[in-house]
Design a protein around this ligand. Structure first.
Ligand code: CA
Length: 381
């Protein structure tokens, strides 16, 4: 690096350190001043107050990763708060149906919920962007947009209009294209297929003649067994194995054009959130953020072993969608997402932010992770 450029970088670093230090000192100073004004009795009363919450989910009980990461998160909250905030997980169907948990929390019947933002698309198509978009971001790119690219402010605004506080709850990583009993050799093979496929991707398949339905995770197995559907996607090897989807279909398709990295959501009823003291808000916020990493890491750790198990012990056949099929799906996806963006002002605003960030990350992603993956695949030693 040239001497002049180095000096410039150093100056920027120093200025940012100073600002951060000033900000920190300013905030801690303000906090110290504020704490001095709280009467000791009131402070003790706040600290002693206990909160027992319900968390309704869109998943069946014990669903790998989805349920287990919530168990770890809620245990951490309980430990960090020394029992002042306890959260009971209520799997889909226990207090409300899986796809009803958003409304259930919005109206205050439970304090917290967990699902996938695209499950709430009937309220606004804008929700879909915080989950996944066909041919869109990977999980890490979505998390980058949410945490450092303007996505979170938009999600907060959107959930707030339903009386909810939004939290990203972890990305699944790249999913699988689904389970089929017939080969998909061209785009025409989707015609007449009864398939479980979510959100925008479901709309894309509809355009190509499929009969698309959306059943919750816990009902996919029975829908396949009964013939209500011919094909379905869920997540990836670990989760699909747990739902026994391999018993009803033998062709397991990739790549996941429809869900390249789906990020789940946690939403808290705003009145319940506002009732928490500051320290419990901080504990809950940080426990959920730890869960984002935990959820993604656990799925990544388990998928490889379960893919081997499916291929070797259950004679599942791995199949790839052809480039021609993927190109047709991509063209239709682009048209459908752009059309949806014009449905309401909020969706348009979110679409514009997502699209702008896409320009920012695409070249880095293909040079960095994409470039490395391609290089690693070509090395034979
Ligand atoms: Ca899925």
């Amino acid at each position: 690096m040239a001497k002049e450029a180095k000096a410039k970088v150093k100056a920027i670093d120093e200025s940012s350190k100073t600002k951060t230090r000033r900000k920190f000192l300013g905030e801690s100073g303000a906090l110290a001043a504020a704490s001095l004004t709280i009467p000791a009795a009131a402070s003790a009363q706040t600290a002693a107050k206990k909160f027992a919450w319900d968390l309704v989910t869109a998943w069946p009980k014990d669903l790998p990763g989805y349920h287990s990461s919530l168990v770890r998160m809620t245990e951490q909250v309980s430990q960090m708060s020394e029992g002042r905030l306890t959260i009971k997980i209520r799997p889909g169907g226990e207090l409300c149906k899986p796809f009803e948990c958003f409304d259930f929390v919005s109206k205050g019947s439970a304090q917290m919920g967990n699902g996938v933002p695209y499950y709430w698309r009937s309220k606004s198509e804008a929700f879909q962007f915080f989950a996944t978009i066909p041919f869109g971001f990977t999980s890490s790119e979505t998390e980058a947009w949410i945490h450092h690219g303007g996505g979170r402010a938009l999600a907060t605004e959107l959930y707030d209009s339903f009386g909810l506080v939004y939290f990203p709850a972890g990305g699944s990583g790249c999913q699988m294209g689904g389970w089929f009993n017939k080969e998909i050799n061209s785009i025409n093979d989707f015609k007449g297929l009864k398939i479980r496929y979510p959100a925008f991707a479901g709309d894309v398949l509809k355009k190509h003649g499929a009969i698309v339905t959306m059943v919750p995770a816990g009902e996919i197995y029975s829908a396949l067994k009964s013939g209500q559907i011919d094909a379905a996607e869920w997540v990836g090897p670990w989760n699909d194995y747990a739902l026994k989807l391999y018993e009803s279909a033998k062709f397991y398709y990739w790549p996941s054009w429809h869900e390249p990295g789906t990020v789940n959501d946690i939403f808290v009823n705003k009145t319940a959130w506002n009732s928490l003291p500051k320290d419990l808000k901080a504990i809950l916020t940080n426990a959920i953020q730890a869960m984002e990493l935990d959820f993604n890491a656990e799925l990544s750790a388990r998928n490889n072993g379960y893919l081997s198990l499916l291929l070797n012990s259950h004679k599942v056949q791995l199949k790839r969608f052809s480039d021609e099929t993927l190109t047709e799906l991509a063209k239709t996806s682009k048209a459908i997402v752009e059309e949806a963006a014009n449905k309401d002002p909020m969706t348009k605003k979110v679409f514009q932010s997502y699209t702008q960030f896409r320009y920012n990350v695409l070249s880095w992603g293909s040079v960095a992770e994409g470039g490395y993956m391609a290089a690693r695949a070509n090395i034979k030693i």
